[in-house]
Design a protein around this ligand. Structure first.
Ligand code: DX5
Ligand code: ZN
Length: 224
């Protein structure tokens, strides 16, 4: 199975956003990950549907929209209209039933994702896995790019993979936060299928193309 890479534009140079998204696409990215933060659910403010729409116009890649916002229900249609391909909501942020919310996202014609923070047990997803196209295991506490991956989350990915296989779930397992060429292989070995990477793609000395290639090499070493 091809492991997917989803560069997070949170770490991109916003003054050159279109150029950086195109560089990620040319480097072989599979999704563009867009982090939406509201200053309430997480202590940071980032972007909204306008930026999703702008990114939509410069790439043909699926847009993987990660909502770190309270009450996501009221904003779903704006993100769908802006061009989101997958919309991921946090289990911890849902003020309405998760069952309802995931069904609503699918009914709007986009893929439905559900995310859990490092402190949230996987077991809370048991009853909704059948409604999810993607399950996002946060490997850092959400809010900021550039943090270190929390090692205990590797075992959590393994537990999720085994729960999903027991249920026959075909959702993708995504990991997000602190992913580098050094730890990517271990996460893939545990069952991660989509790797989100912000600073290891857009920051640092090397080009976006070189950074994506380094992640790809690290993954291939584990999947061959
Ligand atoms: C963190 C965001 C991540 C972030 C990842 O709250 O959800 O998507 O951009 O950035 P890095 O890869 O730098 O940890
Ligand atoms: Zn994210």
């Amino acid at each position: 199975m091809r492991i997917k890479l989803a560069p997070s534009i949170l770490s991109a140079d916003f003054a050159r956003l279109g150029e950086q998204v195109r560089a990620a696409e040319e480097a072989g990215a599979d999704y563009i990950h867009v982090d939406i933060m509201d200053g309430h659910f997480v202590p940071n403010l980032t972007m909204g549907p306008g930026v999703v729409g702008a990114v939509r116009r410069v790439t043909s890649l699926p847009l993987d929209v990660h909502l770190m916002i309270e009450s996501p229900d009221s904003l779903l249609s704006s993100f769908v209209e802006s061009g989101a391909s997958t919309i991921t909501v946090h289990q911890e942020a849902c003020n309405v039933h998760l069952h309802y919310l995931l069904s609503k996202i699918r009914d709007m014609g986009v893929r439905a994702g559900v995310a859990v923070n490092p402190s949230t047990p996987i077991a809370v997803l048991e009853e909704v896995l059948g409604l999810a196209d993607l399950v996002l295991v946060m490997t850092v506490n959400p809010g900021f790019g550039g943090q270190k991956m929390i090692p205990a989350t590797i075992e959590k990915v393994r537990r999720l993979a085994s729960l999903m296989s027991a249920q026959g779930s075909r959702a993708e397992i995504e990991v997000d936060g602190g992913i580098t060429p050094e730890n990517a292989g271990g996460l893939v070995a545990a069952g991660a299928q989509v790797l989100v990477a912000g600073s290891s793609v857009f920051n640092g000395q090397a080009s976006v193309a070189e950074n994506v290639a380094a992640l790809r090499r690290a993954i291939e070493a584990y999947t061959c």
